[in-house]
Write a protein that binds this ligand. Structure first.
Ligand code: NCD
Length: 294
């Protein structure tokens, strides 16, 4: 494992190794990355992903250089290519975490990077480290990665966290349901990964059966027309009323940020796993950095 570009690249053994390392990280932080430098290069805004990578690096004894608004920096404004930027940052950092609005950009960047490059979101393409922390959360919360029914709700067209998580889920005997309005349905290239997945436009008929309800934000920044976004926004809203129809052992997840997909009156329900999910991001990213650079 050199670069992390797509969730496709992980085998069952890789996942096991990452999760076992992440478990250790929950209680101990080895200072294994002393003297190493991580660059976080974000051409799109982020709080959780960037902070959790940076905190992970600090916790392992390493250091961080960051461009949280790389698109607004002088080089990008002057029209510098992503490849030149990556070549330059290669002189300063031992690994690069990249978020960029263009699908495929992480692959392009990795081609010219001598140091490990981690895709932290390439447009509506993928977000592989989020998928790992999501799967880690499912395993922890449900105590297993089999005989589960996972339903994805919301923007399955543009939601890159969904795209990456589906690539991991297909490695396990897990049933998948897809709930989206027709105009935000999962693209065929991802649908073919889960040929048995059933598609719905509302979640009412499956709520009582799901073990994990994975809720997503309608990705406003990917819409060409804001009018269309306004129509789609608020398509699905989870309230405490919704949750009463779910199993007591079910879990609600969300990659965050949430806008209005889950009302705050759900937060204190033990089935609301999204804050624990965000915390797991730190342990999984510590494990990944340690495996890549340690
Ligand atoms: C997600 C993303 O950036 O794709 N956020 C995250 O990294 N946790 C989801 C989103 O922005 O809706």
């Amino acid at each position: 494992m050199k670069h992390i570009i797509s969730a496709d690249q992980f085998s069952l053994q890789d996942i096991e190794a990452i999760f076992s390392r992440a478990e250790t990280m929950e209680t101990a932080s080895p200072r294994s990355l002393q003297g190493k430098i991580l660059a976080t290069l974000f051409y799109e805004p982020s709080t959780r992903t960037r902070f959790s990578f940076e905190t992970a690096m600090h916790a392992l004894g390493g250091q961080v250089i960051t461009a949280e608004n790389a698109a607004g920096h002088s080089a990008a404004k002057k029209g510098e290519s992503l490849e030149d930027m990556i070549r330059t940052v290669n002189n300063y950092a031992d690994a690069i975490v990249l978020r960029h609005p263009d699908q495929g950009s992480a692959r392009v960047a990795a081609q010219v990077s001598r140091v490990p490059l981690i895709n932290a979101g390439d447009g509506s393409g993928e977000h592989p480290t989020q998928a790992l922390l999501d799967l880690y959360t499912i395993k922890k919360e449900c105590d297993r990665l089999q005989d589960l029914h996972v339903a994805f709700v919301g923007d399955l067209l543009y939601g890159r966290t969904v795209h990456s998580l589906l690539r991991l889920l297909r490695l396990f005997p897990i049933r998948v349901s897809l709930v989206a309005p027709p105009s935000l349905a999962l693209p065929p290239e991802y649908k073919q990964l889960v040929p048995h997945a059933r598609e719905y436009t509302t979640f009412d008929s499956i709520l009582a059966d799901v073990d994990v309800l994975y809720v997503t934000r309608v990705q406003q920044e990917r819409f060409v027309s804001q009018e269309e976004y306004q129509q789609m926004k608020g398509s699905y809203v989870i309230t405490s009323q919704t949750v009463t129809a779910m199993k007591s052992t079910a879990r609600i997840m969300h990659p965050f940020p949430r806008v209005d997909e889950i009302s705050s009156d759900v937060d204190n329900d033990p089935r609301a796993a999204y804050f624990r999910q965000a915390k797991n991001g730190l342990f999984v990213r510590m494990a990944l950095l340690d495996l890549l650079l340690g």
